[in-house]
Ligand binder design. Structure first.
Ligand code: 5GP
Length: 120
């Protein structure tokens, strides 16, 4: 997989070049609504560091960054109130998964029954 290209849309959001509704932010992560929601609640949680995908992130990020991202995902779910009713997280890596934006992002879906995991 190609290296990190900091012209990607989420890098631009992190630099403040494109406005988003910030739902959560800390030293490690930023969360904002997906522009094309696929569930009643559909939020993207991204690390602040420059990582292409889960593969890149787990190979290069520090333990604090890795813990920070996943703690942020859970904090966002609690903040949005979907922790009790349930939610799904998903991260696409690469071509077969259909990854479109080459900055790691965790999709957080909730707010209603989500149906089967994979559409075929
Ligand atoms: P992927 O297929 O890479 O896992 O998902 C990329 C996601 O980013 C898609 O769900 C898409 O709707 C979302 N997205 C793409 N561009 C933007 C943007 O400019 N703003 C926001 N908030 N979401 C975006």
């Amino acid at each position: 997989m190609a290296g990190y290209d900091d012209s990607n849309i989420f890098a631009r959001i992190l630099r403040g070049e494109i406005p988003v509704k910030k739902l959560y932010e800390d030293d490690y992560a930023l969360a904002f609504p997906d522009i094309n929601p696929q569930a009643p609640t559909h939020v993207l949680v991204i690390p602040k560091g420059a990582y292409v995908s889960m593969d890149d992130f787990t190979a290069k990020a520090s333990p604090a960054e890795i813990a920070g991202l996943f703690k942020a995902v859970a904090a966002v779910a609690r903040q949005l109130g979907v922790d009790a009713s349930g939610y799904r997280i998903l991260a696409n890596h690469g071509r077969d998964a259909g990854q479109e934006v080459m900055h790691l992002h965790i999709h957080l879906f909730g707010g209603g029954s989500l149906g089967p995991l994979l559409a075929r």
